[in-house]
Ligand binder design. Structure first.
Ligand SMILES: Nc1nc2c(c(=O)[nH]1)N[C@H]1C(S)=C(S)[C@@H](COP(=O)(O)OP(=O)(O)OC[C@H]3O[C@@H](n4cnc5c(N)ncnc54)[C@H](O)[C@@H]3O)O[C@H]1N2
Ligand code: MOO
Length: 402
């Protein structure tokens, strides 16, 4: 029986497996999924931090009417904390310095007039002053021990900054699965070859490989001829040391579509074959006991592309224990008619409306073979199988690929 998209997606997600963890230097961890909690090792910021170049005073002196302050000393960033000797004076301070003892207010140079009096430098305050101004208070961002980043976060530039500042030089992240992308078909020739009239260049390997690179996964590539015996031999060799096979092609009804039968012979447990969707209907999914999971995607370029983003990527992210992204919705930009009992994944261009919502503009494309049509789109909009007329302005989920 053909599954609907929801059932097929749950069946895929039910097989999610943990790929394990490893430790890597923090500055190589961009794009990886964090597998530990990162705590503040000290308060953020770790001292009362001067926020402007200027002077630090004791506010009491200003409150009593004093406007002119003689310079007693200088506190620059990197100096250990000094103390103001006499609260009728000021301390010159630089951004990033520790606030000197007995001062509580910082006034920037722009609000001061500087002159010299009897050989001493002094500053006259020319603007209103608020007690405590321009000080980034000790612990005001986070107390020591606070959980700053939780497991499941994908590490980006902001996380790298926090890892650096708490001194977390080695970070525990998810291992990346060992993925093989497998193309099938005698019509396919290498990219560097000039194809004969009946041939085309291999492109699905590279579109899927590129999408995987977005998850930090470098895949192995393989091209198999339409020959059941050779296919079985090659795939047998891959069984032991791989976690995921993403196959492209040879899963529909053709006389050369040997892949399903070869996978069964190798011992794969089929979980489903065919989903009520367009494109991507012939999608086959299965698992080997203690071996790889197999996503056998239809060969048509748009079909495989859509199935990758709808099923394979969420499965890989869940296996790497990455927090799931919240679903994204958009408003359909024009009326659409689709009267097949299939969930329709319509290539759309997303644009943001002045209301703050996303609008999805359907792009003209000529079916699942039209890989150049994808250049104009940046997501698929999922139009439910049980409906036929989809009105402009109605909201549906979208699956972004850029
Ligand atoms: N009698 C039926 N025929 C077809 C059915 C069906 O249900 N009954 N389903 C159609 C649908 S829908 C799709 S999608 C395709 C899927 O077919 P396969 O998965 O068997 O894929 P192939 O036949 O091998 O290839 C389809 C198409 O894609 C091109 N291709 C394949 N691999 C690559 C690659 N790596 N790079 C670029 N292009 C590739 C291939 O040359 C074909 O043109 O079946 C329909 N037929
Ligand atoms: O369902 Mo197929 O993926 O359109 O060509």
């Amino acid at each position: 029986m053909m599954l609907n998209v929801t059932a097929a997606f749950s069946a895929v997600m039910n097989t999610v497996r943990d790929f394990g963890t490893e430790q890597v230097p923090f500055d190589t961890a961009v794009g990886r999924v964090l597998r530990e909690t990162i705590y503040a090792d000290r308060p953020f910021p770790p001292f009362n931090r001067v926020m402007m170049d200027g002077i630090a005073i004791s506010y009491d002196s200003f409150a009593k009417g004093q406007l002119i302050f003689g310079v007693e000393d200088m506190q620059a960033a990197g100096m250990s904390r000094k103390q103001l000797g006499n609260t009728a004076n000021c301390m010159e301070v630089m951004t990033g310095a520790v606030l000197p003892e007995l001062t509580d207010t910082v006034i920037p140079y722009e609000h001061l007039h500087e002159d010299e009096h009897e050989g001493f430098r002094r500053f006259t305050i020319e603007k209103e002053v608020r007690q405590g101004q321009n000080i980034h208070l000790l612990g005001s961002d986070a107390p020591a021990g606070k959980a700053l980043i939780t497991a499941g976060t994908q590490i980006g530039a902001a996380e790298i900054a926090v890892l650096a500042t708490v001194g977390h030089a080695l970070v525990t992240v998810s291992k990346r699965p060992r993925v093989v992308v497998i193309a099938t078909g005698d019509e396919l020739v290498p990219v560097t070859t000039v194809p004969e009239a009946h041939q085309i260049r291999l492109s699905n390997l590279y579109s899927i490989g590129a999408a995987l690179q977005g998850l930090g996964i470098t895949a192995q590539y393989l091209h198999l001829a339409d020959n059941a015996g050779a296919m079985e031999t090659h795939l047998q060799e891959l069984l032991r040391d791989t976690d995921v096979w993403i196959c492209s092609g040879a899963v529909s009804a053709g006389k050369y579509d040997h892949l399903p039968q070869v996978l069964h012979q190798l011992g794969m447990r089929q979980i489903f074959h065919k989903v009520q969707q367009r494109p991507g209907k012939p999608f086959l999914f299965g698992v080997f006991e203690k071996g790889p999971a197999v996503f056998a995607l239809p060969g048509n370029p748009v079909s495989g592309f859509m199935c990758y983003y709808r099923y394979v990527q969420p499965w890989l992210q869940a296996g790497m224990r990455q927090n799931a992204a919240p679903p994204l919705y958009a408003l359909l930009g024009e009326d659409v008619l689709f009267d097949k009992p299939l969930e329709y994944y319509l290539p759309v261009k997303l644009q943001s409306l002045p209301s703050g919502q996303w609008e999805a503009l359907p792009q003209t494309y000529h079916g699942s073979g039209d890989l150049a049509g994808l250049l104009l789109a940046d997501a698929f909009m999922a139009l439910p199988a049980e409906q036929e007329i989809f009105k402009k302005g109605s909201s549906f989920p979208v699956w972004r690929f850029r």
